[in-house]
Design a protein around this ligand. Structure first.
Ligand code: ADP
Ligand code: ADP
Ligand code: ZN
Length: 222
């Protein structure tokens, strides 16, 4: 199945509410297609860690569970897609999140498919509040649903820098869900009207969701 999927993909978008499993499934799609992952959330956190003005500005929004302004995000993406590794397309994770972002993207990249991972709101708080990830390789874990084999050690790279995100608390999650429903969810229809949307039920175990995504992508290309 892998080689079939990989043959003629331009960029792919992973779409869904916070905690849907975008980052988790990105690892699988990257392995399958060879596309590099472009996560705007990771880029903003990296900018903050570097102490850049952009990162410090973005933090205000992230801490409040609000979307960072479109102009900031589109500027980051314009620079990122010019890098060498992006020439064969990329896997967008958490971008676009507004119709304005999708319109801007349509001018700079071919999007082949948008994989929408659907998860009901009532699952999201548990997912986000149990999430932790590897500071070195980015592998994503969950205290209950997907713990690392040895506590405190990353399965993928053996790093001991496992960490939780500052915005992964119940209060911020509620605002993020609100932002998702009002500003991001309408994009699903926007992409559906353009014949790009693949809907996957994200309320299953991680391996099943992964299989459904690969099957959806293979079916989409036929
Ligand atoms: P997103 O990138 O969409 O915000 P993540 O991939 O970071 O979501 O997943 C959020 C949390 O939920 C993580 O702790 C992850 O381990 C866990 N998770 C992801 N997919 C599933 C799933 N299908 N079932 C249970 N937990 C999941
Ligand atoms: P999650 O998938 O758990 O929502 P992300 O890492 O994708 O987390 O995003 C974290 C925060 O970064 C968001 O709550 C928002 O403030 C900001 N952010 C990330 N991507 C975008 C985007 N495309 N547009 C606007 N804000 C964004
Ligand atoms: Zn790691």
């Amino acid at each position: 199945m892998g080689t079939q999927v990989a043959t003629h993909m331009a960029s792919i978008v992973l779409f869904g509410p916070p905690g849907a499993g975008k980052g988790t499934q990105a690892a699988l799609i990257m392995a399958e297609t060879g596309l590099p992952q472009v996560s705007t959330g990771d880029m903003l956190r990296a900018a903050l860690a570097e102490g850049s003005a952009l990162g410090i500005e973005a933090k205000k929004y992230m801490d409040a569970g609000l979307l960072v302004p479109d102009s900031v995000i589109i500027g980051l993406i314009e620079v990122r897609v010019e890098q060498d590794d992006a020439s064969g397309g990329v896997l967008f994770d958490g971008f676009p999140r507004t119709i304005a972002q999708a319109e801007a993207l349509s001018l700079i990249e071919d999007v082949d498919a948008v994989i929408s991972i659907e998860v009901p709101d009532e699952r999201i708080v548990d997912r986000i509040c149990g999430r932790y990830s590897c500071g070195d390789c980015g592998a994503v874990y969950h205290e209950t649903f997907n713990p690392s084999a040895e506590q405190g050690i990353c399965d993928a790279c053996s790093s001991m820098k496992l960490k939780r995100r500052a915005d992964d608390n119940e209060e911020t999650v509620r605002s993020r869900l609100e932002a998702y429903h009002s500003q991001t969810a309408p994009l699903a229809q926007w992409y559906d009207e353009r014949g790009k949307l693949i809907i996957v039920d994200g309320d299953k175990d991680i391996a099943e969701v992964g299989n459904d995504i690969l099957a959806g992508m293979a079916g989409f290309r036929d």
